[in-house]
Design a binder for this molecule. Sequence first.
Ligand SMILES: NC(=O)c1ccc[n+]([C@@H]2O[C@H](COP(=O)([O-])OP(=O)(O)OC[C@H]3O[C@@H](n4cnc5c(N)ncnc54)[C@H](O)[C@@H]3O)[C@@H](O)[C@H]2O)c1
Length: 338
Amino acid sequence: MAKKIKVGIIGLGWPGREHLKGYLQSARAEVVAVCDANEELASGIAREHNIPFVYSDHKAMLQAGEVEAVSVCLPNFLHAPISLDALRAGCHVICEKPPALDAKQARSLANAAKKGGLTLMYALCQRFTGAAKLVKDYVEKGELGDIYFGRAVYHRRRGIPLGTQSWFTDKKRSGGGALIDIGVHALDTAWWLMGSPKPVAVSGSAYRKFEHTLPKGTHFDVDDSAFGLIRFDTGATLILECSWALNLSGGSVTQIAGSKGGIEMNPLKILTERDGVQIDITPHVPDTNAFAGQTDHFLACVQTGRTPLMGPEQGVQLMQMLDGIYQSAATGREVRIK
Ligand SMILES: NC(=O)c1ccc[n+]([C@@H]2O[C@H](COP(=O)([O-])OP(=O)(O)OC[C@H]3O[C@@H](n4cnc5c(N)ncnc54)[C@H](O)[C@@H]3O)[C@@H](O)[C@H]2O)c1
């Protein structure tokens, strides 16, 4: 068995604590440090799990040299600068979604990881559900044929998050609204299941209609819904719909259609055909903990040097698609991606 990787977690909100649970379940990791600006929160978590080192400043944690790998589970505007600090300090990084505020930042992260020969992974946990794994296996075995259409939907009827000090609704700190927050999950899952084709053109629109539902005085300059159409170099098309607030039923749907079959998720259904008869299959996939699978995959990549399922270059492309939708929404024109 390879030696355990010494891990630190920066940011102990809900996702940070899910990363911690994942590490605690894994034989590959030893959590040696936690860091949060809220010292009381960090100390309480360290006490509960016998974690020896506690920090309120990530630079102090990185300088102390106890950690080899970190989870960055911070508000979006801190993803790139703090992941860069960690990579420059020689640490492997798993960073929460979205990869960064934009593709330019994601590119600088990819460059730093390459320069240091370090693992950089983005936490797009929906890739690690049991259903996603089953669908990916179908796709990779060619059972859907040539995949040319995907649809990714993630709607909330009402559900605008605020976060500590209301960063979610402040563009400078979030990079955007529903699109970059939850649209990123829907888009990433469908795109990955389609084989991660290269995006070449993006059209989109974005809306802000629900300011009146927020506490008075909340800074709100981001989208509460966004819609996009992405074209890929394979000729395939993906349609994305997402909202934090929309006067429709909430829910998420992923659909992938190919020349031989299709797949729908939430609920999971495989649509196929035999001798001219259309057949629907309903698999019963056992529940799996997506966060634990994600953490274990990250650690395995650190140990083996393998490129993660959601690595630096895919992070750049994912941000290019999100940037493209925002740019198209602002200009009313299609955006080409080089
Ligand atoms: N994968 C998922 O399903 C999922 C779910 C929710 C959030 N997220 C992502 O996780 C990230 C964090 O979201 P959240 O809901 O926990 O936000 P949050 O605002 O609730 O919590 C962030 C934590 O980071 C701490 N923090 C802030 N600045 C810090 C700094 N400079 N140094 C150390 N600690 C600092 C805060 O004290 C807080 O405990 C976001 O990027 C979000 O998009 C992912």
